[in-house]
Design a protein around this ligand. Structure first.
Ligand SMILES: Nc1ncnc2c1ncn2[C@@H]1O[C@H](COP(=O)(O)OP(=O)(O)OP(=O)(O)O)[C@@H](O)[C@H]1O
Length: 321
């Protein structure tokens, strides 16, 4: 179990984590989502005792990390896949960690096997690909056979096989009754693997709910329609007797219609004499919910492509338009 209670961390004038309260429960995969700079890494560092909160509490199994007896056996973490001396072999790296954490040596062979690195265990880490380093980092997290796992972006650098492997691994760990807290930027992956989601933006809690519930409650179904005759269709839709229908411009000239079914949009197009080149209901996705939830909270928003080009004194490139 992981617990944040009114957790706050300030660095000078920056509030990285702002009064966060949430629980991460055993037996579930909990995803930790937020845009760049939202405070995810800081929160994980506070939970793992790598930094001290300005105020509030960060607890593992009800205690501050520094107060945990045999912490390596209670919580395992993947924070930085580049950790580990490049001149050391994977096996030597894990043996050193086992020695430092009071963990039996035999666990090293077990975890090397579990992450699929047994064949390269005696090679230097310096020659490892990013994906192999991620696997080694996960092996290190599993070394103490802990009941709590904190994995910061475990999918980074993994190929499709690796992604599927992590998916299966986190599921299995949660099914064994462990607490699994996984941060990722890959919404589609989180949608597949996380039972619950904790979403942060600007250091604050934005949502804490079961994944399916979050997607259902925040999804505002819309119909996408492509037509070379938008004006008569929009006019017809606005006259809908069923209630308010709103139409907004979407990507590539499509129209996004809220408040009408695809059938109703099709009928309106027919009545208006507008040609239809595409018509479908947009599926609810975590990515859309996430953008809606955190849209106002993005700290490092990139300028839209056109204004970025203008800011650099250039004209927008064709692909920017
Ligand atoms: N040691 C530090 N000193 C000063 N500011 C910091 C420090 N660590 C983090 N911050 C600031 O706190 C805020 C939150 O950063 P944090 O790294 O926790 O976000 P994040 O959600 O993990 O982002 P990312 O997804 O980019 O890793 C940012 O504005 C960051 O610049």
């Amino acid at each position: 179990m992981l617990t944040a209670r009114e957790l706050t961390k300030r660095y000078g004038g920056t509030t990285a984590v702002d009064s966060l309260t949430f629980d991460v429960r055993p037996g579930l995969v909990t995803g930790f989502l937020g845009p760049n700079g939202a405070g995810k890494s800081t929160t994980l560092r506070l939970l793992l005792g790598l930094d001290r909160p300005t105020s509030g509490e960060a607890l593992v199994n009800g205690r501050r990390y520094v107060r945990l007896p045999q912490p390596a056996r209670q919580v395992g973490a993947l924070l930085d896949a580049s950790a580990g001396h490049p001149g050391r072999s994977a096996r030597a790296h894990l043996l050193a960690l086992a020695r430092g954490g009071g963990i039996p040596r035999r666990r090293v062979a077990d975890v090397l096997d579990e992450v699929g690195l047994s064949d390269v265990a005696d090679r230097r880490i310096g020659g490892f690909s990013l994906g192999m380093r991620q696997r080694l980092g996960i092996a290190a997290a599993l070394l103490g056979d802990p009941g709590v796992l904190v994995l910061d972006e475990p999918l980074n650098g993994l190929d499709l096989d690796g992604v599927r492997w992590v998916r299966g691994l986190v599921r299995a760990l949660a099914d064994e009754g462990r607490t699994v807290f996984v941060s990722s930027h890959l919404m589609s992956e989180m949608q597949l693997v996380a039972d619950r989601l904790v979403v942060v933006g600007g250091g604050r809690l934005v949502a804490d709910a079961p994944t399916a519930e979050l997607i259902a409650s925040w999804s505002d179904p819309r119909v996408v329609v492509r037509t070379p005759d938008p004006a008569p269709l929009v006019e017809q839709l606005r006259r809908s007797p069923r209630g308010p229908v709103t139409v907004a411009p979407g990507a590539d000239g499509a129209l996004l219609v809220r408040g009408a079914t695809p059938e109703e949009v099709g009928d309106a197009a027919h009545a208006a004499g507008a040609r239809v080149h595409a018509l479908y209901r947009e599926e609810a996705s975590l990515e859309r919910v996430y953008l809606d939830l955190t849209g106002a909270e993005v700290r490092h928003r990139a300028a839209p492509p056109r204004s970025r080009a203008a800011a650099h004194g250039g004209t927008a490139r064709k692909e920017d338009r």
